[in-house]
Design a protein around this ligand. Structure first.
Ligand SMILES: *[C@@H]1O[C@H](CO)[C@@H](O)[C@H](O)[C@H]1NC(C)=O
Ligand SMILES: *[C@@H]1O[C@H](CO)[C@@H](O)[C@H](O)[C@H]1NC(C)=O
Ligand SMILES: *[C@@H]1O[C@H](CO)[C@@H](O)[C@H](O)[C@H]1NC(C)=O
Ligand SMILES: *[C@@H]1O[C@H](CO)[C@@H](O)[C@H](O)[C@H]1NC(C)=O
Ligand SMILES: *[C@@H]1O[C@H](CO)[C@@H](O)[C@H](O)[C@H]1NC(C)=O
Ligand SMILES: *[C@@H]1O[C@H](CO)[C@@H](O)[C@H](O)[C@H]1NC(C)=O
Ligand SMILES: *[C@@H]1O[C@H](CO)[C@@H](O)[C@H](O)[C@H]1NC(C)=O
Ligand SMILES: *[C@@H]1O[C@H](CO)[C@@H](O)[C@H](O)[C@H]1NC(C)=O
Ligand SMILES: *[C@@H]1O[C@H](CO)[C@@H](O)[C@H](O)[C@H]1NC(C)=O
Ligand SMILES: *[C@@H]1O[C@H](CO)[C@@H](O)[C@H](O)[C@H]1NC(C)=O
Ligand SMILES: *[C@@H]1O[C@H](CO)[C@@H](O)[C@H](O)[C@H]1NC(C)=O
Length: 441
């Protein structure tokens, strides 16, 4: 651990070089992030067809019973709630006479002491759409007229906790959304089993337990069950959903293989099975789904080789295969990868890329292949600089990976070099000052 006896003058340029190199390295990770797009303000003045009906205040206005109900729900009624657009689109009315009726109601940011009353809800049985956002009232039993009338129900961070049986009474729903609200049920089938018209279902971040239902409604187009506690396999019957465009089962405890008939989901565009325990290969049948745009299979135990068919999916924008157990040579070239907005394959220890096809500059997070299609052992990390010489010589003929080479050619460790440089510069400074004082004095 002795400082190297090098002349200090020799080390000054080195010292300067080192500090600049260090600052360059330090600034490197701060690459410009993508600009955050702010939503373009939509023009507030839409064609507004209902303006003709509004000037006469008495001719057609909201049913007084419903005005009372709105007041009990803290919705301001000083202005006719039927005039469009209502504040935050909270209310939308039909055009019946003599009184108009609410067909859509959106309660949001409710006061903490708001309580739903059965009487109020009873007079709101004309509603087709009801939604709650940040509204922590207790979920009372809904009048059956209202339950049957609803085609759309949404509950986001609201109503504290929902029993599955309570949700199951909305049998005429086409759209169901429950998010960031715990749902207590023995299984998803309890909730949606009788909703024969259901087209879109989102129950996410809801601690939903149990298994995926074996019998599903064939008209589903959107299924988001992400971030729950679902377990078991994907039933083969799921692959019968030929209208399904969106399937998100991410962040659950699902396992088993992806069904071999998965390719029967011919309408699928967005798919996430991320962060589960799926194993086995990506089924070949998936190559038959022409419209795939977003595929996220990350964080599972999928194995086998990465299929080449992804290159034939013209609309593909996002492909995330990271943190699995894929092996073999990555079958993609640079022009395919650059066409994608997101491509991730890191965290697959036995997967490698052909370095006469792909450059190490693409930073794929996997090792280059040897001539047998096996990954070369990854470049040694900072801790393990004492690797065998034969290993490092493999990397030396990789022209563009200069950073790896630099690490290898350092004789003494970084600490020793640092101390040497530090001490030498102090000595140099002292000599310089002495010289200066002699010269000036
Ligand atoms: C209200 O709804 C209309 C039509 O659905 C939409 O275009 C508009 O942006 C909404 N306005 C607000 C403030 O949410
Ligand atoms: C509810 O509160 C959130 C955040 O406090 C706010 O962004 C949102 O605009 C509010 N919505 C309504 C309808 O008042
Ligand atoms: C809702 O469903 C019930 C029975 O399932 C049916 O009798 C009723 O007509 C439906 N209501 C509406 C408004 O579609
Ligand atoms: C789900 O359960 C966890 C703990 O088990 C809890 O921290 C979390 O808040 C729950 N989520 C919801 C939406 O209630
Ligand atoms: C709902 O939650 C309660 C209390 O946590 C539990 O005892 C009950 O079994 C749950 N019901 C269902 C259907 O899971
Ligand atoms: C699916 O929807 C079509 C019309 O869009 C309808 O004719 C058919 O009966 C529905 N199927 C099911 C199983 O609900
Ligand atoms: C799936 O859901 C998760 C969590 O809700 C979300 O972060 C992710 O973007 C979704 N994936 C797709 C493909 O929409
Ligand atoms: C992939 O995983 C499955 C199940 O975990 C296993 O049976 C199979 O042998 C594995 N295949 C390969 C090629 O590793
Ligand atoms: C599907 O994925 C694409 C690409 O990531 C994204 O732009 C689009 O919003 C997603 N669609 C839905 C319904 O989430
Ligand atoms: C990249 O791969 C695709 C699909 O395999 C192929 O069509 C294309 O010609 C290849 N491009 C180059 C530059 O090799
Ligand atoms: C790498 O690509 C070259 C040129 O396409 C090919 O000759 C070689 O066999 C490939 N190597 C491996 C391990 O696949």
């Amino acid at each position: 651990m002795k400082p190297l006896p090098l002349p200090p003058f020799f080390l000054l340029p080195l010292f300067l070089f080192c500090t600049t190199a260090a600052t360059v390295n330090a600034t490197k990770p701060a690459t410009p992030t993508a600009p955050t797009l702010s939503p373009t303000p939509s023009p507030t003045s839409s064609p507004t067809p209902p303006t003709n009906t509004t000037p006469s205040s008495s001719r057609s206005t909201l049913d007084p019973k419903q005005i009372e109900a709105l007041q009990s729900l803290d919705i301001p009624t000083t202005r006719d709630p039927c005039i469009q657009p209502s504040p935050h689109n909270a209310t939308i009315c039909d055009s019946s006479k003599p009184f108009r009726h609410l067909i859509s109601l959106h309660l949001s940011n409710c006061s903490t002491d708001l309580s739903l009353s059965f009487t109020a809800l009873k007079s709101l049985s004309s509603l087709r759409s009801l939604s709650f956002t940040n509204c922590h009232a207790s979920p009372i039993r809904f009048p059956s007229d209202l339950s049957l009338s609803l085609t759309s129900f949404s509950c986001i961070r609201s109503l504290r906790r929902l029993p599955g049986v309570w949700l199951s009474r909305f049998v005429n729903l086409t759209d169901l959304t429950v998010s960031y609200t715990p749902v207590n049920t023995s299984g998803l089938y309890v909730i949606i089993g009788n909703m024969h018209k259901l087209k879109t279902v989102t129950i996410s971040h809801a601690n939903l337990t149990g298994y995926l239902p074996r019998h599903v409604h064939l008209n589903l187009t959107h299924v988001d069950l992400s971030d729950n506690k679902l377990k078991g396999r994907i039933p083969t019957s799921f692959t019968l959903l030929e209208d399904l465009e969106y399937l998100n089962l991410s962040s659950n405890g699902l396992n088993g293989e992806i069904p071999t008939e998965f390719g029967d989901l011919i309408s699928l565009k967005n798919l996430s099975l991320a962060s589960n325990s799926f194993s086995g290969p990506i089924p070949d049948s998936m190559s038959a789904i022409p419209g795939l745009v977003h595929v996220d299979l990350s964080n599972n135990q999928l194995n086998g080789t990465v299929p080449r068919f992804f290159t034939e999916l013209k609309g593909l924008k996002v492909l995330n295969l990271e943190k699995n157990q894929f092996h073999g040579v990555l079958p993609f070239n640079a022009s395919f990868i650059k066409r994608l907005a997101v491509f991730k394959v890191g965290g697959n220890d036995n997967l490698c890329y052909n370095h006469s096809v792909l450059s190490s500059k693409m930073k794929l997070g996997i090792a280059p292949c040897d001539k047998h299609g096996l990954p070369l052992s990854p470049p040694p990390s900072k801790e393990s600089s004492g690797d065998s010489e034969s290993d490092s010589s493999d990397y030396d003929d990789d022209g563009d990976d200069s950073s790896d080479k630099k690490e290898h050619h350092h004789g003494p460790s970084k600490v020793v070099l640092g101390v040497a440089i530090g001490l030498s510069s102090i000595v140099f400074l002292i000599v310089f000052l002495i010289l200066l004082s002699k010269w000036c004095g």
